[in-house]
Design a protein around this ligand. Structure first.
Ligand code: PLP
Length: 350
């Protein structure tokens, strides 16, 4: 499949901004760096040798090298963003012409795909997932037209918490010659998963991952995507020159040296997910609990809005997802103490 055919004409022709740190990094000690209007004397804070007075590497070389080693994937297939939210916006801007092109979103799902399309003046075609929250090929076919440049789906899906069948994702990417964005933000929490990084000859799949969930680093904003190297080139062509700051990069490199800590956090969450699910099961007013491959549970009650408000009054904040899935609230897996408090209050209410 020729990816070039999918890229917007103006992006193909774009002359990207050439930043000062493109070729000369501050670590090249012999160079006298008088090219970027930085502060040569240093910064106002003690920065542990990070040289915060200097702009960061626009090509994320050190971080990509580290991530590449962790994933076993060539750095040429990686792009790093300020959270996966930045990548969602960039992918739309590479492929969809504002005012004319469309993106398909398989719903119910994460709300940012639609918002990012709206910001970019890209029409949204919403297609419901099947009753089991899997890809409904008939529905996709029926709504498909040649203005659609990409399909967004999420696996494990937010808020339904299930994995989308990997074979179906590959089938989708093969049958429809558009970009298929697979958001794997909750991928670490899934038990039986296919990583999709080598999805046959399908060069049109873009996988999104994030450090915000299993790694516990939502506060420093870092996500990445894995894609064909021809697609990755376009991300680097259009992103803001210094999207990723040095503090974030250095912390992510530190995190990638502590993968066993991430595994421990993940195991704790999976254990607590089971506790929450078992406890919810014992409450009569809980009508249904959806099986979860993520770090949250979706459950159905009779009066979701009332339950949501009453929990909030007790200082327990969950997410009302009843506009997306009938009767449903979404609860993130918390610590043992938090989960117990939530269960106690819910028991009183139902
Ligand atoms: C499915 C999904 N993708 C992406 C994100 C945002 O990730 P990030 O923090 O990397 O921007 C979220 C946040 O909740 C999410 O649920």
């Amino acid at each position: 499949m020729n990816i070039e055919n999918l890229v917007r004409e103006n992006i193909k022709k774009l002359q990207p901004y050439s930043s000062a740190r493109e070729s000369h990094l501050p670590s090249e000690e012999s160079a006298v760096l008088l090219d970027a209007n930085e502060n040569a004397f240093g910064s106002v804070i003690d920065d542990d040798g990070l040289m915060l007075n200097r702009y960061p590497d626009p090509n994320h070389r050190a971080l990509k090298e580290k991530l590449s080693g962790y994933l076993g994937i060539s750095p040429q297939r990686l792009f790093i963003g300020v959270g996966s939210d930045e990548i969602i916006d960039l992918v739309i801007r590479i492929f969809c012409n504002p005012g004319s092109d469309k993106a398909m979103i398989l719903e119910p799902t994460y709300g940012m795909y639609e918002v990012a399309c709206n910001i970019n003046d890209v029409n949204v075609v919403k297609v419901p997932l099947s009753k089991e929250f899997q890809i409904d090929f008939e529905a996709v076919k029926k709504s498909f037209d040649n203005k659609i440049k990409m399909i967004f789906l999420c696996s494990p899906n937010n808020p339904t918490s299930n994995l989308i069948d990997a074979t179906s994702i590959i089938k989708l990417a093969k049958e429809f010659s558009v970009i298929v964005v697979v958001d794997q933000a909750y991928y670490d929490f899934a038990e039986e998963k296919t990583d999709l990084t080598e999805a046959g000859e399908t060069t049109n799949i873009i996988l999104l991952r994030t450090f915000s969930k299993a790694w516990g680093l939502a506060g420093i904003r870092c996500g990445y995507c894995i894609a064909d190297k021809e697609i990755i080139k376009y991300f680097y062509k259009i992103k803001l020159p210094y999207n990723l700051n040095k503090l974030t990069s250095s912390k992510i490199i530190e995190a990638l040296n502590k993968t066993e800590k991430k595994e421990k956090l993940k195991s704790k969450i999976i254990l607590q997910r089971k506790f929450l699910s078992d406890e919810l099961n014992k409450i009569n007013g809980v009508k249904k609990i959806y099986p979860s491959d993520a770090n949250f549970l979706l459950f159905e009650v009779e009066n979701p809005k009332e339950v949501y408000t009453n929990l909030a009054k007790k200082g327990i904040i969950v997410r009302d997802r009843s506009s997306q899935v009938k009767g449903c609230l979404r609860v993130t897996v918390g610590t043992e103490e938090e989960n117990q408090k939530f269960i106690n209050e819910l028991k009183k209410l139902l």
